[in-house]
Design a protein around this ligand. Structure first.
Ligand SMILES: Nc1nc2c(c(=O)[nH]1)N[C@H]1C(S)=C(S)[C@@H](COP(=O)(O)O)O[C@H]1N2
Ligand SMILES: [Mo]
Length: 200
């Protein structure tokens, strides 16, 4: 048997099934899934904004974002098209840091990106150490096709919630479906409960 096949076979057997949500398979690849073309986002004009049902709109330039305290984390990511990638390493700023001091009665957010992509989630799912605005992947600047300069990372939900080329979040008192949620994907998207489509 070829050593490479042997190697891959061993690797698969090594995967702890407890880390793989129902219906998912583990891949070493990092597929690109984009609903449109990859936008060009010059850092000079880049910004991230928190707006909507907040006392005051706040935004950060690229340099201001990079001056904030960052975290490097290793997480597993799960795409609704059934691939799971284990032990991905990211660096960025916790949404807790960005939301610190933001006054709101809203409990929902609509995340918006360059190009028009949106995704919705409860505010509690991006606070409490559960979401990051990430700009490095595996120690290098995040590639444009994977959402660079910066994307949202919400690893406990299916990856469509991790908006690439993110520009900001709108805090809302009423929930509003984002792009894929509007087209029939689950409003919440918990991979461990296999919430792929509306009604799951
Ligand atoms: N702006 C934007 N963000 C997006 C998407 C998109 O089309 N546009 N696709 C989502 C989907 S469906 C998935 S599975 C992941 C894919 O991330 P990747 O291309 O880095 O694997 O990005 C999510 N974020
Ligand atoms: Mo996806």
């Amino acid at each position: 048997m070829a050593p490479s096949r042997n190697f891959h076979g061993r690797r698969r057997a090594d995967v702890n099934p407890v880390r793989v949500p129902p219906g998912q398979y583990v891949t070493p690849e990092f597929p690109v899934l984009s609903a449109g073309p990859t936008p060009r986002m010059p850092l000079e004009s880049w910004s991230f904004t928190i707006r909507g049902a907040v006392e005051e709109t706040v935004s950060w330039t690229w340099d201001e974002l990079r001056a904030l305290p960052s975290e490097t984390l290793t997480v597993d990511i799960h795409c609704v098209t059934k691939w799971t990638k284990l032990d991905t390493s990211w660096t960025g700023v916790s949404l807790d840091t960005l939301l610190d001091g933001v006054q709101t009665l809203g409990e929902q957010v609509l995340v918006f990106s360059e190009g028009g992509y949106t995704t919705n989630l409860p505010l509690r799912d991006i606070t409490g150490g559960k979401a990051w605005l990430v700009y490095d992947y595996e120690g290098k600047p995040l590639a444009p096709e994977h959402g660079g300069p910066a994307r949202l990372l919400v690893p406990h939900l299916y990856l469509w919630k991790s908006a690439k080329w993110v520009q900001g979040i709108e805090v809302r008192e009423q929930d509003r479906p984002g792009f894929w949620e509007h087209y029939g994907y689950n409003n919440y998207g918990d991979p461990w409960r296999e919430q792929r489509y509306a009604g799951d």
